[in-house]
Design a protein around this ligand. Structure first.
Ligand SMILES: *Cc1c(COP(=O)(O)O)cnc(C)c1O
Length: 212
């Protein structure tokens, strides 16, 4: 645990920037420890692993779970039922499915639409043009609340390049009148804050290195 990093980053953040503690690869004990320091939002990217921890931590009613991993179609129902936020909605088809399932399950997940701003083949997301074209339809979907956009920058960019991509995400969110941008990880969170992030997704910088 890098609790001093956690406390220092918390202190530095502007009031409108929230910190999502990415606990994938870390135990329920570690989550409890940081929850005790006042952290309520936790991000997980693998459903099975998350589900086990959610069971162990079900008495901690203040914990809010965010799903940040790749959404497999056959897991969407369980994700909708067990997470308050979904940051990684990367296609129109999945959005349709989420909306349908939310409606059936009487849920209303808070959604970030993942956008693809670089051609990193390992990362999915909406093409910004397609998102703009479909926006009028997307806005009509029932039983979901679209809060903002999410993006993941490729590794190894310069500080300036990171800032530039984050700023593109911010501008697109502003043009769609969305408040939130889920952007910035352990390596690039400072650029993300400068560009207007409202949710930092921080894992290793606060939990230490992941073994898996
Ligand atoms: C793992 C992960 C993070 C956190 O990464 P760190 O580099 O450990 O801060 C953030 N976002 C997503 C989507 C992730 O999968």
């Amino acid at each position: 645990m890098e609790i001093s990093n956690y406390l220092q980053i918390k202190k530095k953040l502007p009031l409108n920037v929230r910190l999502l503690a990415v606990s994938k690869g870390f135990s329920s004990q570690e989550i409890k420890y940081i929850h005790n320091k006042g952290q309520n939002d936790f991000g997980e990217s693998r459903f099975q692993e998350a589900f086990e921890k959610q069971n162990l931590l079900k008495d901690f009613k203040n914990i809010k779970w965010h799903f940040i991993g790749r959404l497999q179609s056959n897991k969407i129902r369980k994700i909708v039922q067990n997470f308050e936020y979904i940051h990684s909605v990367d296609s129109y088809e999945k959005l349709i499915k989420i909306s349908k399932i939310s409606c059936e399950s009487n849920k209303n997940p808070l959604i970030m639409l993942q956008v693809k701003l670089s051609d990193d083949p390992s990362k999915g997301g909406f093409n910004p043009k397609v998102l703009e074209e479909k926006w009028d339809q997307i806005k009509q979907f029932k039983s979901i609340t679209i809060k903002g956009l999410m993006t993941i920058n490729p590794k190894g960019l310069s500080s300036k390049e990171n800032f530039k991509l984050f700023k593109e995400c911010r501008k697109l969110a502003d043009s769609l009148e969305l408040d939130d941008c889920s952007m910035g990880m352990s390596e690039d969170w400072e650029e993300a804050v400068d560009a207007g992030s409202t949710w930092l997704r921080l894992g290793s910088i606060i939990f230490g290195n992941r073994s898996i």
